[in-house]
Design a protein. Structure first.
Length: 270
């Protein structure tokens, strides 16, 4: 379904601000799998999602999605295969347009534009039914500007828009991080419900270890642009938050030891 081979990406190369964001990432997602990506700030997890989405072209490596080599496809072309929900509830929507108008745009994602009724009766009927499933009462507010809604309401609607056409790949980029705890629980629960119902292949970046343990069938832990742990199957099901914290602590200790050894070598050869 999704195959990443040797992805490398360096920002600001050759400068004091050089960042090696991805350093040879290899990853394969089977169809219908739900993978959670964990990592500290700067680990490369969001860069990985941006690379898959086509926000930039990687320096090296190949990206294959649904049998297509999309490595050099621009972002708008990949949109025909990919649905995405961003961290910011105000991203990915037109705030001045109504809920219904935003869904009309989502229904045409990756397709040719043409003349015709954007808000056809059959679309409005399907929209009311799906929005009612959110149990937020928004099915009676489809003419309201989407920018007038709360962050949780907007993120729930954005999830529905991203999955309206059943994408071949769903990308969730810390999509609950900006929400209050109650809204975050509601949106992540809804996400899991939609993913399971539609059998969506999903790559979700999160900073929440609780979410990583509770959701998905596999956890990828990243550090300094590399995949350092890959938990799946029975190992993933047995994981607790404390186990993930221990793994992060182990990485930090190893880094401190490596830095200490490098400092000793510098002293020896100065």
């Amino acid at each position: 379904m999704l195959e990443l081979q040797g992805l490398r990406q360096t920002f600001n190369p050759g400068t004091v601000n050089e960042v090696r964001a991805l350093q040879g990432v290899d990853l394969t997602l089977d169809e219908g799998s739900f993978i959670v990506v964990l990592g500290t700030n700067g680990s490369g997890k969001s860069t990985l999602l941006n690379a898959v989405a086509g926000s930039f072209f990687v320096d090296e490596g190949r990206i294959r999605l649904d049998g297509h080599d999309v490595t050099r496809w621009p972002e708008h072309r990949r949109a025909s295969l990919i649905g995405r929900v961003f961290q910011n509830p105000f991203s990915g929507t037109a705030p001045g347009m109504s809920i219904a108008e935003n869904f009309a745009l989502a229904a045409r994602r990756g397709r040719a534009r043409g003349l015709g009724w954007a808000l056809a009766p059959d679309l409005m009927g399907a929209l009311r039914e799906r929005v009612a499933g959110l149990r937020m009462g928004l099915e009676n507010r489809l003419d309201n500007a989407i920018g007038s809604l709360s962050g949780g309401q907007r993120q729930a609607l954005t999830l529905l828009m991203a999955t309206w056409l059943r994408p071949r790949l769903l990308l969730l980029d810390e999509h609950t991080a900006a929400l209050d705890p109650k809204s975050a629980d509601q949106v992540i629960s809804l996400s899991d419900e939609v993913i399971r119902r539609d059998g969506l292949t999903t790559l979700m970046v999160t900073h929440s270890m609780a979410q990583a343990v509770a959701y998905g069938d596999r956890i990828i832990m990243m550090h300094r642009g590399q995949v350092v742990h890959d938990f799946r199957g029975a190992e993933k099901r047995r994981l607790r938050q404390e186990d993930l914290i221990d793994r992060f602590d182990e990485i930090r200790r190893r880094e401190q030891l490596d830095e200490g050894a490098a400092a000793m070598l510098r002293e020896l050869y100065v």
